[in-house]
Write a new protein. Structure first.
Lengths: 140, 494
């Protein structure tokens, strides 16, 4: 449990930017944020990067209400998934309890849930079409 | 054989009598297959009503209520053991149902409610078992974000500063309203400890400070909580083995973590499938100084399995003594109480095979076992003496010959080695009894013992009060409910 949850933390925290040449635009809405403070740190992944450390796109979004929004452009049309966590105390990390369980809220695209670990790619993936699109994640 | 026939007759299924007489103990599965009626004792394993029990006065059916007996007996236990034709695979996996028997002015009023955990709400909505557990694989598509998604809140209860918590062992304590039993929710003792496991056997010092453990593999967190319910400190300890730890012990100066050689290195549900008994490792005892948790020492005892301790105490030379119900090897293993839950139990399954034992831990060298001839479990002590030198332990003893569980309440005196016992007979299934100090009393004997029994003859629940100084004299009084409720595990008095 500790190892897999640490992986979630690492994967969610690492949001490396990688150059991709294309034109699709994706707007991500994150709603239902419980505490109006801190930062939503999110990464957008494709299948190749989802279980690794590097994201296709990433963002750190300051939380001032119960929702944040970010738009990524230049995306290759295709399947993507999002991992995010709410860095409530703004310490730059996804905090865990002493046994390695996250103590800060986290979420995946499609509001997918994991089972003893992060949500699976199959559950979290969604399609970004050539004309772009919007995806909304609700924290709970 | 006699049991089979009597049990059959007791159910009033005439068609079953011949089968029972012919096949003897082998009749039990057939009995369950009848599908119409379970053995009378199975009342103890049936679901509680989803809405619980509204406050309902119990009827005084025996004796006189002792003056000055005032307070609430809270109890907890699994009370959702079946959805449709599917039974829970393990007794530990039924949803927690909390009872309050409020006693005042000679009246006893019973209330009962399910803890509205995520597990309970989701499974009630789906009307099936979804969540993985101790003996349950669960629905492989059910999301599990953390241990509290599986929290059954079904093992015990504690009241700290007027707040009631239902306790499990794999996840957080779960708070309920102490008056109404309405659910409040998962308890975090601090932000950085949210989601940490909290064992179902916290230890309360006579002044109200609470100590407890939380176990994750070989890592153990030690909680120190003030009498006001505020986390004062926590410490992490590695005990060197992923042992099953259900209970532990405490003196006024030390914590004793008992590392039984029942090891689980996989920790994948159903957990019960991956436990391994390693008697060659013995029972290891980690003794930790409460004032400086970095001061620790180990002692070694012969291999034993256990669920429950009574309590520990310490002599002036530092010798630690504690009593516990010890087993030669783990019980509630693979079958997890399944035969009882399914109504298939027969006497061959047996009941307790424990030995009520005192573990003596010298200041150096190996621990020694002083074994009594008592076969029982659910040991309890006078809360005024928890961690202090004392002599009395109350425990449930005497396996029934006609049903799972036990028939007797025994008070064992470690000074005289005398076991004072009351046998209810085979018509009652006896549960844990608690010491309730008499107002103004100062000795252990100046206590009542209060606990529930299931009357399988009448199909009703009873709350029984004894004088701790003379259990064998019989109950002082008995209240009876108009109904039954399922067997539980542990309680507290507040």
């Amino acid at each position: 449990m500790k190892r897999t949850m640490t992986l979630i933390a690492a994967a969610a925290a690492t949001a490396l930017l990688a150059p991709v040449a294309s034109a699709s635009e994706l707007t991500l809405n994150v709603e239902g944020i419980e505490k109006a403070q801190g930062t939503i740190t999110l990464g957008l992944f494709d299948e190749a990067t989802y279980n690794g450390d590097g994201a296709v796109k990433g963002a750190n979004l300051k939380v001032e209400g119960d929702a944040v929004t970010v738009t990524f452009d230049g995306l290759e049309p295709g399947e993507y998934a999002v991992r995010l966590y709410h860095d409530v105390n703004d310490d730059g990390e996804m905090n865990t309890n002493p046994f390695g369980m996250p103590t800060e809220p986290y979420a995946f695209s499609n509001d997918a849930k994991g089972r003893f670990g992060p949500a699976k790619w199959e559950a979290a993936k969604f399609t970004v079409a050539a004309e772009g699109g919007t995806h909304t994640i609700t924290m709970n | 054989m006699d049991f089979s026939r009597r049990s059959f007759l007791g159910t009033g299924i005439g068609a079953g009598i011949a089968t029972g007489a012919l096949s003897g103990v082998g009749m039990a599965p057939a009995f369950a297959d009848l599908g119409t009626k379970m053995p009378d004792w199975h009342l103890g394993y049936q679901n509680a009503p989803p809405a619980g029990f509204d406050p309902s006065p119990m009827k005084l059916v025996f004796g006189k209520v002792p003056a000055g007996l005032k307070g609430s007996l809270y109890r907890n236990g699994p009370a959702q053991m079946q959805y449709g034709d599917t039974f829970a695979s393990h007794w530990f996996d039924g949803d927690g149902f909390i009872h309050r028997i409020a006693i005042e002015d000679g009246q006893a009023v019973h209330t009962g409610r399910f803890a509205q955990t995520t597990k309970h709400r989701d499974e009630q909505a789906a009307q099936k078992f979804l969540v993985p557990g101790f003996g349950t694989e669960g629905d492989p598509t059910y999301p599990m974000m953390g241990p509290d998604d599986a929290n059954a809140a079904n093992t015990s209860v504690i009241v700290i500063d007027g707040k009631l918590y239902a306790l499990w062992e794999g996840g957080s304590a779960y708070e309920l309203d102490a008056d109404t039993l309405d659910s409040v929710g998962v308890k975090s003792w601090s932000d950085d400890l949210s989601g940490m496991p909290f064992l179902a056997h916290p230890k309360t010092e006579p002044d109200g400070r609470v100590w407890n453990l939380g176990v994750g593999g070989s890592n153990v967190v030690i909680y120190r909580i003030s009498a006001k319910g505020v986390l004062e400190d926590y410490t992490l300890v590695n005990i060197g083995a992923s042992a099953y730890i259900h209970d532990w012990a405490m003196t006024d100066r030390h914590l004793i973590i008992m590392v039984q050689p029942w090891i689980n290195e996989k920790m994948i549900p159903p957990f019960i499938d991956s436990f391994e008994w390693r008697p060659q490792d013995g029972l290891k005892l980690l003794i930790i100084d409460k004032n400086d948790t970095s001061k620790r020492r180990w002692a070694q005892a012969p291999a034993r399995a256990f669920y429950h301790t009574g309590a520990a105490w310490e002599e002036s030379d530092g010798t630690i003594r504690l009593d516990a119900a010890l087993y030669a090897e783990p019980i509630l293993g693979q079958d997890g109480g399944g035969p009882e839950i399914r109504g298939e139990w027969t006497p061959e399954y047996g009941s307790f095979n424990s030995v009520f034992t005192q573990i003596v831990i010298p200041t150096s060298g190996d621990a020694k076992l002083i074994e009594t001839d008592l076969d029982g479990d659910f040991p309890q002590v006078d809360p005024r003496f928890h961690g202090k030198p004392r002599k009395l332990t109350a425990l449930v003893t005497g396996a029934s010959s006609v049903s799972p569980g036990a028939t007797s309440l025994t008070v064992y005196n470690w000074e005289t080695d005398h076991a004072d016992r009351f046998n209810f007979g085979d018509t009652r299934m006896v549960e844990e009894f608690l010491f309730v100090p008499k107002p103004g009393g100062t000795t252990e004997e100046e206590s009542w013992l209060v606990g529930p029994v299931l009357n399988i003859k009448s199909g009703k629940r009873e709350i029984v009060v004894f004088d701790a100084a003379g259990v064998s004299d019989g109950p002082l009084c008995i209240w009876q409910a108009d109904y039954s409720w399922p067997l539980g595990f542990h309680g507290t008095w507040a």
